[in-house]
Design a protein around this ligand. Structure first.
Ligand code: ATP
Length: 134
């Protein structure tokens, strides 16, 4: 089975760099399955797990604030944050979820709902990736 190099990088570190068979990402315009020799493209990504297929293994990486660049035989995902399932502190994500929930339920006008909504999406994604619920 043919492969391509997938790199997932954040401003802090290289989170992932492996030869993979396929990835499925949530682009802003919808889900995208990327196989080897995909046409070059660039797209922003939604806050969502990146699904990686490598042989018979499936891996999900929590990615937020991401852009994907599909090149000739390499895909780079540049993200504000990216965590492997084992690197996620699920308790921290649950606290973040509760905090976002109370902000979203708050009637005060100074609440930044968009920011709370994004925090909620990140927290839910981290919990799902950590607990392998999709
Ligand atoms: P919190 O409100 O818990 O700080 P956040 O969504 O504000 O979370 P981010 O700004 O998205 O956090 O990320 C800041 C850094 O912390 C990044 O390096 C990210 O990978 C890491 N991070 C955030 N939440 C978690 C978590 N639950 N487990 C592990 N790393 C996390």
């Amino acid at each position: 089975m043919s492969t391509f190099l997938l790199e997932i990088v954040t401003p802090e570190r290289k989170v992932y760099a492996e030869q993979v068979n396929m990835i499925v990402v949530k682009g802003v315009a919808g889900d995208l399955g990327i196989l080897p020799h995909h046409i070059p493209m660039v797209t922003p990504l939604k806050i969502a797990p990146v699904h990686i297929k490598q042989g018979s293994t499936d891996l999900y990486i929590a990615v937020s604030g991401g852009f994907m660049e599909v090149g000739k035989d390499k895909v780079i995902i540049l993200a504000e944050s990216a965590e492997l399932p084992g690197d996620i502190d699920v308790e921290r994500a649950k606290v973040a979820k509760t905090r976002a929930e109370s902000r979203l339920n708050d009637k005060a006008t100074h609440i930044d709902f968009h920011r709370a909504e994004l925090a909620m999406q990140k927290a839910l994604m981290r919990i799902n990736v950590s607990e392998k619920r999709f």
